[in-house]
Ligand binder design. Sequence first.
Ligand code: ATP
Ligand code: MG
Length: 464
Amino acid sequence: MGYQVGPAPDAPLASSDDDRGPRPVVEPVWPRFAVTLDEERIDPDVQKVVRRLVRHGYEAYLVGGCVRDLLLGGKPKDFDVATSARPEQVRELFRNSRVIGRRFRLVHVLFHAGKVIEVATFRRNPNDDLDETDAAKSPGHDGAQLLIRSDNVFGEAHEDATRRDFTINALFYDVEACQILDWVGGLEDVRGRMVNTIGEPEVRFREDPVRILRALKFAGRLDLGIHPDVYDSIVTCRDALELAARPRVAEEVLRLLRGGGARRTMFLAWETGVLDVLMPELAALLYDSFASESPSSPGHRVFRLLEFIDRRTLELGSRDDTVLWTLLLLEPLKEATEGARDRSQAVSEFLDPLLERLAIPRRFADGMRRILSVLPRILSGKAGRFARTEIFELALEVAEADLYARGLSTDAIKALRSAPREAAPRETGGRASAAKDEPARAAASTGRGHRASSHGRSRPTPRH
Ligand code: ATP
Ligand code: MG
């Protein structure tokens, strides 16, 4: 555990049952808890941002994933700030900032080396103040369903906490006071290492089915348990994922592959039946394989491939997105193309409907096709002219993962990886030297890798 908790000086006192007489009107007191966090792990720039906002009379806290990760003893990959200041007011305080987003505006405060700190104004859940009749009329809602289609109403700090998905993601950290603000029981769930929704799990999953994937991701990546009611609701609500915006689903699948807990997360996805909704092809292959229980079955190789992804991620940072998609689908792809006369047509027949359904961007799809066409050559130990193509490094990684999953030596890949470097022409040589540290990403002009920098990031779906 990365912190110690003590009562905060102004923490509310528990009321006792034997209180006599009429209860006094009690002003709501913030549920504050003093914690000792390792300040070293909090980015000094984010501290500056929070302090400047506070100095100008606004409320400002560290929020979301960074607080969770600090409490769990990990290193946050980025820091988010929530504040009572409106976007224009934040913008006025930081010259080096810009307002982004059209529907919901956030401020990006820019620092050196591409570092971005995201500052969001407190928001609330638009479902909170609607009764059923209102909900049916509201443009932000899908009458019969709870699905939230827009989420852009300003609110107060406690409302911003309760609109969030999981209790562990709803903790606010007051940098000045070294206190956690917890309106949702998140500290208890951090202590119990438990993924728990804020409010009724079924309601929260129906509001936004992508939360189902997020629950699995946090459980897998952070090695947490899932509260039994939440687990049951994942099973009950999994079909709702079909209602979610497909690019958000695709992005969340990538995120769960990127974080170092891909194997555990995909196992949970399979176990809960979520994989049947997302990728029935892959789920079916797993059912068939595990029925036979052979350790060399394609199903076992799927989990070995995921294990390879996790190992590489822990060593070198997030892998290239095209490599991730290819490895996830490699075994079903092999099965679908086995013995096919026209391999590339068989690849297309398998991939096209799947890519369409998952809304995987074309650039990844093209990259996957190219990797798959080079793969047999690489596996036979030859590189030839492919060594000079931009797809080469990505294909090497896929080939290496494939050999690893089959329990074979990966020496041939190591040889190929070093051999063409000297022979490569000038521009490829440049790429090759960058590739030393992060081979897959350096050559990735097909599908951009997830940025591994601890602060800079791209957020294709800035819903939150
Ligand atoms: P990661 O470490 O993967 O970035 P994170 O918790 O920071 O995890 P983000 O996707 O960056 O996740 O979102 C930041 C915060 O926004 C979350 O911690 C959570 O409080 C809130 N949030 C994100 N997605 C949702 C959602 N679908 N519904 C409700 N709240 C969400
Ligand atoms: Mg985050």
